[in-house]
Design a protein around this ligand. Structure first.
Ligand SMILES: NC(=O)c1ccc[n+]([C@@H]2O[C@H](COP(=O)([O-])OP(=O)(O)OC[C@H]3O[C@@H](n4cnc5c(N)ncnc54)[C@H](O)[C@@H]3O)[C@@H](O)[C@H]2O)c1
Length: 258
């Protein structure tokens, strides 16, 4: 199986670190032009720098995915540069504070939902018309194992990731006859800055011990590397996945295998 994205244009949100950076660099390495979108100037510039150093066609665009004007601007920038968007990795996310629902502020709840659900919604709203006009395209939303399984003190995040699957399935039905596929990936723990922050807050001290126990509970005994999740996203965006749409695909080392 070979994947060649030469002549294809991709947009990746949350490309300033973790899974987003891995998938942005992975797509660009396969020949795609990549717009690397992130709120973090430092993170986005670093992704751009790494790609450029490898001779890739990758450009950073600063955007807050919760702001519709920013979303319209990144879609406009990609279409101006490459004429269309073939691949969209709708990936930016935030875990929010780690706290029980009874002490969660409405403001924090709304910020988690605005990024994880509103950002995914706005991305779909603005990218899907570009793809359907072209009769071709693939979207991968980053959902989570938390789209299926609850974790104490992560209520808003868990609710938001359940919602990402709802948007994924609905969008897939709406564009299935128009040459466009929409899927989601549902990773278990992935070794990124986000997981470091979650575990530091959950442990309230010894995160190393928490990580040891948690990795021991995963059937294959480890967390995913961001590049492993990126590989699945790239497969789903490729023509090899042409009959796959409306799905949330698990990648978690066997957790919750039934
Ligand atoms: N790390 C895990 O264990 C794990 C597991 C399942 C799902 N996920 C999901 O994977 C995705 C990527 O997370 P990650 O683990 O790579 O974390 P990360 O923190 O390394 O990356 C998230 C990126 O999103 C960006 N971002 C946050 N808010 C934004 C906004 N409003 N506008 C634009 N960019 C914004 C951040 O600046 C950051 O670069 C998220 O949707 C996350 O929920 C992560």
């Amino acid at each position: 199986m070979r994947i060649d994205f030469a002549g294809r244009a991709a947009v990746v949100t949350g490309a300033g670190g973790g899974i987003g950076r891995a998938v942005a660099l992975g797509l660009a390495a396969l020949g795609a032009g990549v717009l690397a979108v992130d709120l973090s100037e430092a993170g986005g510039r670093e992704t751009e720098k790494q790609g450029r150093a490898a001779g890739q066609d990758i450009v950073f665009q600063r955007a807050d995915v919760t702001r519709e004007a920013d979303v319209a601007a990144y879609v406009g920038e990609a279409t101006r540069r490459w004429g269309t968007i073939d691949i969209f990795m709708n990936n930016a996310g935030w875990q929010g504070p780690i706290a029980p629902i009874s002490s969660y502020s409405l403001e924090d709840f709304e910020r988690v939902m605005a990024i994880n659900v509103g950002g995914v919604f706005l991305g779909l709203k603005h990218v899907l018309p570009v793809m359907t006009a072209n009769g071709r395209g693939a979207v991968v939303n980053t959902a989570s194992l938390g789209s299926h399984v609850a974790t104490r003190n992560l209520g808003p995040y868990t609710a938001s990731k359940h919602a990402v699957l709802g948007l994924t399935k609905t969008a897939a039905l709406e564009v299935a006859r128009k040459g466009v596929r929409v899927n989601a990936v549902c990773p278990g723990p992935v070794a990124t800055a986000m997981l470091d922050e979650i575990e530091a807050a959950q442990a309230g001290g010894d995160a190393a011990e928490l990580r040891r126990r948690r990795t021991a509970s995963i059937p294959d005994g480890r967390y995913a590397a961001p590049e492993e999740v990126a590989d699945l996203m790239i497969y789903l965006a490729s023509d090899h996945a042409r009959h796959i749409t409306g799905q949330g695909i698990h990648i978690n080392g066997g957790s919750h295998a039934i």
